[in-house]
Structures are given as C-alpha cells and as structure tokens.
Design a binder for this molecule. Structure first.
Ligand SMILES: [Cu+2]
Length: 238
C-alpha cells in the first residue's frame, strides 16, 4: 500500500527535474526564433521621386538586422539634389501612397504604438522616426551607409511611404518641424541579388597531336622513345 505514494513522489521529482533542464532551452527559444524571424524578413528598396518643385531623387535600402537579440533595420541611402551641406529629416510614413505631388498622401509618421515623436537617440519614438540624413556634400548628395534603427522592422515597413523633408528634424512635437516633403517613395520588397557567376569548367584534356615528321613532344612520346632505347640495349647485349 505504500508503493503508490512512493511512485507518485518519484514521478513528481522526475517531472520537476525535467522542467529544470528544459527551462534554459525554453528561455533561449524566443532568441533563436527572433533570429530566424529576422533573417527571413525581406530587404526593402525605395526609389525616391521629387515632389512638385523639387529635384531631390535617390535610393533607399532597408535591410533586416539583429542586434542584441532585437530585430531592427539597417538603413542605407543615396540622396541627390539637396542644397549644399544641408541636413534633412527623413521618416517612414504610414501609407505607401505617392499619388499626390506634395507627398501628403503618405499620411503621417508610421507610429503603430501611438507614442510621441523623437529622434533616434530616444528609444520610445515613432517606428518611422529615422532622424536626419547625414549632412549633404557640397554637391548636394547625402549618403547613409549603415544607420541602425531598433524601432523599425522591414516586415512592418513594407508597402509604406518614405519621405525626405526640406528641413532638419529637431525632435519637436508632433513631427519634428521638418517642413515640406521634397521626395517620396514606397518601400517595396527588393529583388534578390544576382547569383555569382558559375566557376569555369575544368580545362579539358587536349589530345596529343603526333606529327608524322617531327614527332610529338608529350610524355607518351618520350616514354616510347626510352622504351625503344631500352629494348635496343637489351637486343644489343643479348
Ligand atoms: Cu516625415
């Protein structure tokens, strides 16, 4: 009769031990999941077109990137047609609608959490708050190579609008006082990069051409000649 309580106690101990072993693995599961989720997110591309009265153009690329177990976005941009040494705010806006010449069909900043506007140094901000482009060159070209945003994922940004503004984003409310919209585009899924060229096939074995007059110069001919000499020596010595 004492067997049943003993078995019950042993079972409870075994279950507790299994749970203790499984706990670290379970704690890592979201991290591994986040990595997979992130690496399988799309890379986005956006070709900027000028709004009315502007000559600002360019390209923007958003690449998924994992940092400190958080999936964010690496931003790259090449924007032309800006004033020399000027600084311009840029944001992801809510809608991928570029039907209006002033860029306003893209709506307001992409802000799914309903929080206040801020610059990228502030973690709690609009998902679309990208801050400012690096200052333009004397030639009016602003280049961003790898600016990381932890507030935005490419999965959330796909199909939304991107705006280059006329002024610097000063972080003020409600949208940073960045002024008019100079260029706009829709963030779409980028085509995969072209496959690297296939390696050349191994060099084919070239046939050895034996000239009837001069003979061949390959190892086979040399071997035949040495064999003939050897046989001649054998016959001579016999
Ligand atoms: Cu904006």
């Amino acid at each position: 009769m004492r067997l049943l309580p003993t078995l019950t106690a042993l079972t409870a101990i075994a279950v507790a031990a299994a749970a203790a072993v499984a706990a670290p693995a379970a704690a890592q599961a979201p991290r591994l999941g986040a990595r997979t989720w992130c690496t399988r997110s799309p890379t986005l591309t956006c070709t900027l077109t000028p709004t009315a009265g502007s000559s600002v153009r360019g390209t923007v690329t958003l690449t998924p990137a994992l940092r400190r177990f958080r999936c964010g976005t690496l931003l790259a941009a090449n924007v032309t047609g800006l004033a020399a040494r000027s600084v311009h705010g840029w944001h992801v806006h809510e809608f991928g609608d570029v039907s209006r010449a002033d860029g306003k069909a893209t709506g307001g900043h992409f802000n799914p959490r309903g929080v206040d506007h801020a610059l990228p140094a502030t973690r709690r901000r609009h998902a679309g708050d990208l801050g400012n482009l690096l200052p333009a060159s004397v030639a009016g070209v602003a280049v961003v190579r790898a600016q990381f945003s932890a507030a935005l994922t490419t999965r959330a940004a796909v199909g939304r609008g991107l705006i280059i503004h006329a002024l610097r984003d000063d972080g003020g409310q409600p949208t940073g006082n960045a002024g008019a919209r100079l260029a706009q585009c829709v963030l779409g899924v980028a085509a995969p990069p072209p496959a690297p060229p296939a390696p050349p096939p191994p060099a084919a074995m070239l046939p050895v051409v034996v000239s009837p007059t001069t003979g061949g110069g390959g190892w086979y001919e040399a071997w035949l000649a040495s064999l003939a000499d050897f046989m001649g020596d054998r016959r001579g010595s016999a």
